[in-house]
Design a binder for this molecule. Structure first.
Ligand SMILES: [Zn+2]
Length: 222
């Protein structure tokens, strides 16, 4: 592991991770730079807002306790995902979350082997994934959650306007929600790369390079 590079990932701001998230957004070309910047900021706030809502409603508790409070059903599947895609967790409307435990076990083992727990603030990977998916539940079931209500007009004919949401906003908000609930100092997006590492370390290192291009911090734009 090129530890220096991974350290830079941990230092990236939420807004920089937002830029990274948008590089996978199918509708990114429909937005101006200013719009994108504003939407990222509001998605980050949306995640924090929903975390505060949970804490205000139920008090501060561990992630599994929130899962219970919200009556979410968690299923563990001893698999790596579906259709050749690595998947770590998935939310299905209305109340189902699936955890793909092979990937979670692999990343836990890897963090131990690389002696990397301190850097990730001893986060419980499973709880981080549960928190992320819990956000998707909240945005689907609560009123007026920004990451869901924000729509852009794709085209219009006369009085008809065709609008679409932006997937990236949901992902940015879910990460910011998990970060807030877990009370950690880095963006859990880091696990995009960390979880790939046990499966394909070279691809993971290449992903790290790619992500660092979105970092304005020291060394990010080399
Ligand atoms: Zn997600």
């Amino acid at each position: 592991m090129d530890l220096k590079k991974w350290e830079q990932l941990l230092k990236m701001t939420d807004a920089e991770w937002g830029d990274y998230a948008f590089c996978r957004e199918p509708l990114r070309n429909k937005l101006t730079f200013e719009q994108k910047t504003e939407y990222i900021r509001k998605a980050i706030e949306s995640g924090i807002e929903q975390a505060k809502y949970l804490q205000d409603t139920y008090g501060k508790m561990d992630i599994p306790e929130y899962i219970q409070k919200l009556s979410l059903q968690v299923t563990k599947e001893n698999a790596q995902g579906m259709d050749d895609y690595l998947v770590f967790a998935r939310y299905n409307y209305p109340r189902d979350i699936t955890l793909f435990t092979m990937n979670i076990d692999a990343v836990n083992t890897m963090l131990t082997q690389e002696n990397y727990w301190e850097q990730v603030e001893n986060v419980k990977v499973e709880n981080m994934l549960l928190a992320h998916e819990m956000y998707h539940f909240l945005e689907e079931t609560r009123e007026n959650v920004y990451s869901k209500t924000k729509k852009i007009v794709l085209w219009s004919i006369g009085p008809f306007k065709y609008r679409s949401g932006l997937v990236a906003l949901s992902e940015i908000a879910a990460m910011s929600f998990a970060k807030e609930l877990l009370n950690i100092n880095y963006n859990p997006y880091v696990f995009d790369a960390l979880m790939l590492y046990p499966h394909d370390s070279e691809r993971a290192e290449r992903l790290v390079e790619e992500i660092l291009r979105f970092s304005n911090g020291a060394g990010g734009n080399e």
